[in-house]
Design a protein around this ligand. Structure first.
Ligand code: DC
Length: 231
């Protein structure tokens, strides 16, 4: 069977990673969460005193980029790959609201993007990959056979993210989560280098009113049709 590349882009908390994981499992493909890579670099910057609420030393971060090693290791129990920063599993550490509040600034640095995009291209070079992010269909894999662009209202997305954080035991306020979602939408869409935009040939999926099952079935159908069309 032909293997394809599936690019899933969209605003934060649109459920990209949920559907990407389901899809990768169903098709036997590799799932790559590129947001986790930007989050891991942000976590590095936080731990090394390069970013805080008032300052961001992006030059020092660029200088230290060669010391930042990112990798993924498949976790059998979870059924997906977790992200490692310099050999340490940081999968849980990168999902906090604090990392979310800095990550868009880090992701706007061109040299950071260059390094991560290069690594992402290598990870997908053999196809059979589902990659989610903001620039997958536009920059990383402009020739992906299937491109999806996920949307939902900011309120719907903030509610989902709020529930996730509460379930993890994080003490957060809904209004802070909503504010973070809106701020990231703005920075991610307005940065100079590869801003978040829908690729012309991407299929837009607004999942505000779709259940997870409905969304998954719809997208799996699209993937199977795309694969069949190639045969
Ligand atoms: O998908 P996420 O919320 O985990 O992504 C975290 C941030 O990383 C997001 O606010 C923008 C940035 N990002 C990016 O610029 N390009 C990508 N391909 C993936 C994420």
């Amino acid at each position: 069977m032909n293997k394809i590349t599936i690019a899933i882009d969209g605003f934060s908390s649109t459920g990209k990673s949920t559907v990407a994981k389901q899809l990768a499992k169903a098709l036997g493909y590799v799932y790559v969460d590129t947001g986790a890579m930007y989050r891991a670099v942000t976590y590095y910057a936080m731990n090394n005193g390069l970013i805080n609420e008032s300052d961001f030393n992006s030059e020092a971060l660029v200088y230290q980029l060669p010391q930042i090693d990112l990798s993924f290791k498949f976790n059998e129990a979870l059924g997906y790959a977790e992200v490692y920063l310099n050999g340490l599993n940081v999968e849980n550490k990168i999902r906090t609201l604090k990392v979310s509040s800095f990550v868009s600034k880090v992701a706007a640095v061109s040299k950071v993007r260059q390094k991560l995009v290069e690594q992402q291209k290598k990870m997908g070079q053999d196809k059979g990959v589902v990659m989610d992010g903001r620039d997958i269909g536009t920059v990383v894999f402009p020739n992906a056979e299937l491109k999806l662009f996920m949307t939902a209202s900011a309120q719907t997305r903030a509610e989902r993210r709020y529930q996730e954080l509460i379930e993890r035991g994080d003490q957060v306020e809904y209004k802070d989560v909503l504010e973070n979602v809106q701020e990231r939408d703005y920075i991610d869409s307005n940065r100079e280098d590869s801003p978040l935009t829908k690729a012309d040939d991407a299929i837009e999926i607004d999942n505000s009113n779709l259940t997870l099952d409905e969304q998954f079935n719809k997208i799996l159908r699209l993937a199977k049709m795309t694969i069949e069309d190639l045969e």
